[in-house]
Design a protein around this ligand. Structure first.
Ligand code: IMO
Ligand code: MG
Length: 338
């Protein structure tokens, strides 16, 4: 049984949600615990013919047997959480969620400041969800915690204890990181970054697990990386080139058009190092090579795709074990045991 952390390897939106959903279905973890900054994350989860855009609840929610946890390090926006619990009531999420009592609480003033502050909203291009200003208050030790909010009492728990107990009981544990390594406050392209570190060790800290308990770190890379908001993007392509390649994407949280680039091996190597990556999940391979759309077997991939994967493994020194070839969970190549 394993404790696995999922990390975004670029600037967010790598398709972590799809990989987490896949692993939750396949590996049946007893608990899925969310780390990361807060509701600045935005993941689309497809279940059957329905699409759910979520920002607070762990993306593993379709597995109705698992406990869903939000770690102490994560910021919670009670309004966003309540809306999602309502939206996901068919999945019994409200009955399964464990919100750490120490999770920080985003209030209206934080959202307002995030949107009205020119530096944050215009120069950095923040998501306007209040995360940066809330983390300021957290560092000032004036931020409310979940345990201070009446309406959240029914969801409260000790996430660190839950996760460590699951590990002791030899159960599968999945720690879901949000954002991407290159948006890290410490290791990213400061000041064009988010308000916290966004790498594996921080996600472990967010949910209260020590580094010796982590078995696997899966870094998720998108074949064509994207970035929303401002900041350097060394391998960025022109909008025309992105259109020609058919990679036009808009953000889940803000609706902004995403900037698109070519795969950057040098940055990807740095990200593998930052995270101690043990595996790579490669997403959107069908965008890199449309012939691969929907494929489920490695052997069926084109030479172009196989070559791309081979070069990636050589340059990064980490195996590509999961490959996404389309939005559906079944459109996944799983070669973890090869
Ligand atoms: P997921 O989990 C993409 C980016 C914002 C902005 C910068 C700072 O969906 O991959 P913030 O609101 O955090 O102060 O904004 O960070 N950003 C993300 N971009 N995906 C995310 O999360 C992001 N979370 C923050 O666009 O450039
Ligand atoms: Mg997103």
């Amino acid at each position: 049984m394993t404790c696995t952390i999922i990390v975004g390897g670029q600037w967010g939106d790598e398709g972590k949600g799809k990989i987490v959903s896949y692993l939750c279905e396949k590996d049946n973890p007893s608990i899925i615990a969310r780390g990361g900054v807060g509701p600045n994350a935005g993941h689309t989860v497809e279940v059957g013919d329905k699409k759910y855009g979520i920002r607070m609840v762990p993306t593993g929610f379709p597995n109705v047997n698992a406990k869903l946890a939000i770690g102490a390090g994560v910021l919670t926006d009670p309004e966003v959480l309540e809306k999602e619990l309502e939206m996901l009531k068919d999945f019994n999420v409200a009955q399964r969620i464990i919100l750490d009592s120490n999770s920080g609480v985003i209030e209206l003033k934080h959202r307002e400041m995030d949107k009205s502050n020119v530096h944050l909203s215009k120069e950095i291009g923040s998501t306007g969800t209040g995360c940066g200003p809330a983390n300021v208050d957290r560092a000032m030790r004036t931020l409310k915690q979940a345990k201070d909010v009446e309406s959240l009492q029914k969801y409260l728990g000790d996430v660190s204890k839950e996760v460590n107990t699951a590990i002791e009981n030899n159960e599968n544990v999945l720690i879901e990181g949000t954002q991407g390594a290159l948006l890290s406050l410490f290791h990213g392209s400061y000041p064009y970054v988010t308000s916290k570190d966004t790498n594996a060790s921080s996600f472990a800290a967010d949910v209260g697990v020590g580094p010796t308990k982590i078995d696997e770190v899966i870094v998720v890379f998108k074949s064509y990386p994207t970035r929303v908001g401002e900041g350097p993007f060394p391998s960025e392509m022109t909008e025309e080139e992105a259109e020609t390649l058919g990679v036009i994407e808009y953000g889940t949280v803000t609706g902004r058009r995403r900037r698109v680039g070519h795969f950057d091996y040098e940055l990807a190597k740095k990200v593998c190092d930052l995270n101690g990556a043990t595996q790579i999940a490669l997403t959107c391979l069908d965008k890199y090579d449309t012939e691969c759309y929907g494929m489920k077997k490695y052997e069926d991939l084109s030479d172009k795709s196989k070559e791309f994967i081979k070069i990636m493994e050589q340059k990064l020194g980490v195996k590509v074990t999961l490959i996404s070839t389309g939005p559906e969970l079944s459109q996944t190549i799983d070669i973890r045991n090869k």
